[in-house]
Design a protein around this ligand. Structure first.
Ligand code: ACO
Ligand code: HSE
Length: 352
């Protein structure tokens, strides 16, 4: 496909990529064919050297300029007038890519609970299909946070010299028991929904509300809740923090599917960059690109030490920290700091 011809202006364009070639997953299972919904912003330059590939987090979608509005857009750090920005809805997610509600070609019915387990490495392999299709021999920057960072790290190892810079935000090279525990508690909440197990698209919806409420406690910091959810008046019931979590649960359940949530939290759990590569350190050392790992000082989920480790063990790694009371989700919120951190990272590469 010639994106030089299709991206004549700087507006957002939505596409769907279809792969007919079977994808063999780490588990040994095979997805016979799949779709990836993706969105581009800006215009590819002639030597295709301005590609910025964004990988979204757990419940994100390909509309990166919406959920990262402080970072992508006219006058923003990643400006479509100079960068060609692409973001793909991850396989398994319900924003247009093949997911548990899609048709399983083996049966002719929707996958539902038969959707195969996917890992961040599998998700990276699906992105690689699209890169080849688009004939991008180089990616200038690959950037992702949280689950998106896990996928980006996996892809950075596989891309080798084809990748120049990788930015990993609030993420990890190997999922900690703490994160797996949070995710398991959320899946237990989904399982306890009496509709879970039935073949309806809304299966597990109430359970997903509870799962998101649990997750929010890991995405925020106690100081953030104290600042925003303290009750002014004396009371015995009806606390702000309680209605906040209930609201957040409903907000997610109204836009996200519990089966996709299940698949993607399982993917998050399974991250081990060193699997089959002689360990995590060896895998990080094998990355050829410059690596910027960014932690959040108040992240209670993916700890800053995990980002520091990525930077320390990568050959060309550096660490920066976001200071925020927002907790883990600061990578989706603190645009000013993120822009400064990125500017300083690229400035150094100009000097090198
Ligand atoms: C269609 C799509 O949305 S696509 C996917 C986009 N999402 C993503 O990519 C995922 C990444 N984004 C996120 O996780 C989030 O949007 C974040 C982290 C960036 C910001 O989170 P938010 O929920 O907007 O912020 P915050 O935690 O401050 O909560 C604010 C919301 O809670 C509501 N709220 C705050 N306090 C209370 C309370 N005590 N009781 C009830 N509701 C409350 C606010 O009214 C506000 O509601 P709104 O979202 O309807 O405007
Ligand atoms: N808040 C993020 C998850 C944390 O990385 C999301 O909903 O995708």
């Amino acid at each position: 496909m010639d994106l030089l011809l299709t991206s004549e202006d700087l507006t957002m364009i939505d596409y769907t990529f279809h792969s007919d070639e079977p994808l063999v997953l780490e588990s040994g299972q095979v997805i016979r064919s799949f779709d990836l919904a993706y969105t581009t912003y800006g215009k590819l330059n002639e030597n295709k050297s301005n590609v910025v590939w964004v990988v979204h987090a757990l419940t994100g979608n390909s509309h990166a300029a919406e959920w990262w509005e402080g970072l992508i857009g006219e006058g923003k750090f990643f400006d479509p007038s100079s960068h060609f920005i692409i973001c793909v809805n991850l396989l398994g997610s319900n924003y247009g890519s093949t997911n548990p509600l899609s048709t399983n070609l083996e049966t002719g019915n929707a996958y539902y609970y038969d959707f195969p387990q996917v890992t961040p490495r599998d998700l990276a392999a699906s992105l690689e299909r699209l890169r080849k299709y688009l004939q991008f021999d180089k990616i200038h920057t690959l950037i992702g946070g949280s689950l998106g960072g896990q996928v980006a790290l996996e892809w950075a190892v596989a891309l080798g010299e084809k990748l120049e810079n990788v930015v990993i935000l609030a993420s990890t090279a190997k999922t900690s028991p703490w994160v797996i525990g949070f995710n398991e508690a959320q899946r237990m909440a989904i399982e306890s929904d009496p509709t879970w197990g039935s073949l309806i698209p809304e299966a597990g919806k109430k359970g997903l509300e509870a799962a998101r409420a649990i997750a929010m406690l890991s995405y925020r910091h106690p100081d953030d809740l104290k600042k925003k959810q303290t009750d002014a008046e004396e009371k015995l019931n009806g606390f702000r923090a309680a209605s906040y979590l209930r609201y957040q649960g409903q907000k997610l359940a109204n836009r996200f599917n519990a089966l996709s949530y299940w698949i993607l939290t399982k993917a998050m759990d399974s991250q081990d960059l060193g699997r089959g590569r002689g360990g995590v350190e060896a895998a990080l050392q094998s990355i050829k690109a410059r690596v910027l790992a960014v932690g959040v000082n108040t992240d209670l989920l993916f700890l800053p030490e995990e980002s520091q480790f990525i930077a320390q063990k990568s050959q060309r790694g550096q660490y920066q920290e976001i200071n925020s009371t927002a907790g883990h989700d600061a990578f989706l919120i603190e645009f000013g700091q993120l822009s400064e951190i990125l500017a300083s990272f690229y400035k150094q590469s100009e000097k090198a």
